[in-house]
Design a protein around this ligand. Structure first.
Ligand code: GUN
Length: 297
């Protein structure tokens, strides 16, 4: 039987654990606050940000919702980040990516106070992750680590193949899987759009993380029997539904589940865990700011 890794259920457990931590912070007079900044009219980005806002409300994190006209000068976004950095009531700052082309993405990421960088994308935080001293683990790879642990999948000594080399998922995922700590110790291969004979690499995977943003690119033929398959893809494809589209992953679920020992569904696998780990990082940032020790789930 192929195990379906239920991200919704595990995310609910993480949120429950965070509520306890948030209560402890409240006793110490600290209320976690996350500011999200959206400079885009992309419907998917709007949906992600509004889900993050709803998640905050559910666990008792104060959410600030800042929207900037995508045609506004880049300086407006830089100034907004400066203001949030300077605001002692704000613990976490997230600028939803992608930003418009006239905005220098790297400049934005460098500008966020590393202590408030709950995405973990600031170069200082990337460096700390690579050095094995993470302040904030990026939300998607961290959520995947938790999903694997919950399923009893220990990456130690396993061949892990990450398909995709993005700053948000592929690179930090590969780093976490190779680290000399619990949840790591895998032998990691990173594949991408220029990889020759992708199927030969993916067939060698005990653990496959698909994060290429290409609908259905990994099918059952490209997997070995018994692989653990983690699908990060969230692709909108045209469909005869009320919304006119449906969400599909980077993995062809039906053929992959024939081979896999365990697999994440889309939706309901990685996505909810990403959102839960953003709340986790916000609570962690608040505890660090307040100098309060809290147990994190
Ligand atoms: N765009 C897609 N995923 C993410 C994410 O995890 N954080 C931010 N800030 N933007 C994103």
């Amino acid at each position: 039987m192929t195990e379906i890794l239920d991200g919704e259920a595990l995310a609910a457990e993480v949120r429950e654990g965070l509520v306890a931590a948030i209560e402890r912070l409240a006793d110490a007079g600290a209320r976690p606050t996350l500011a999200t900044v959206l400079m885009s009219e992309d419907p998917a980005s709007e949906t992600y940000v509004s889900m993050k806002q709803d998640d905050c409300a559910e666990v008792g994190i104060e959410a600030r919702d800042i929207e900037i006209d995508p045609d506004a000068p880049a300086g407006e976004l830089y100034d907004t980040v400066d203001d949030l950095n300077a605001d002692p009531e704000v613990n976490g700052v997230l600028v939803q990516m992608p930003v418009p082309d006239h905005v220098d993405k790297r400049r934005v990421l460098r500008r966020i106070d590393p202590a408030k960088d709950v995405d973990g994308f600031h170069p200082e935080n990337v460096g700390r992750l690579v050095a094995g001293d993470a302040r904030f683990k990026p939300c998607t790879p961290h959520g995947i680590q938790k999903l694997l642990a919950e399923a009893g999948v220990d990456p130690e000594g396993k061949d892990a193949v990450v398909v995709g080399r993005s700053d948000i998922v592929g690179k930090p995922m590969a780093n976490l899987l190779m680290q000399k700590t619990e949840g790591g110790n895998a032998t990691v291969t990173v594949c991408h759009s220029r990889t020759d004979d992708l199927a030969a690499k993916t067939r060698g995977a005990d653990i496959l993380v698909a994060a290429a943003g290409a609908p259905g690119m990994i099918d059952g033929d490209m997997l070995s029997e018994g692989a653990v398959v983690v699908d990060v893809g969230v692709n909108r494809v045209d469909a005869d539904t009320e919304k006119g589209y449906e969400l599909v992953g980077d993995v062809d679920f039906e053929s992959a589940r024939e081979k896999a020992r365990a697999i994440t569904p889309v939706p309901g696998g990685v996505g909810p865990m990403t959102r839960a780990m953003l709340l986790y990082n916000t609570v962690k940032a608040t505890a660090q700011d307040a100098g309060v020790d809290v147990d994190l789930p």
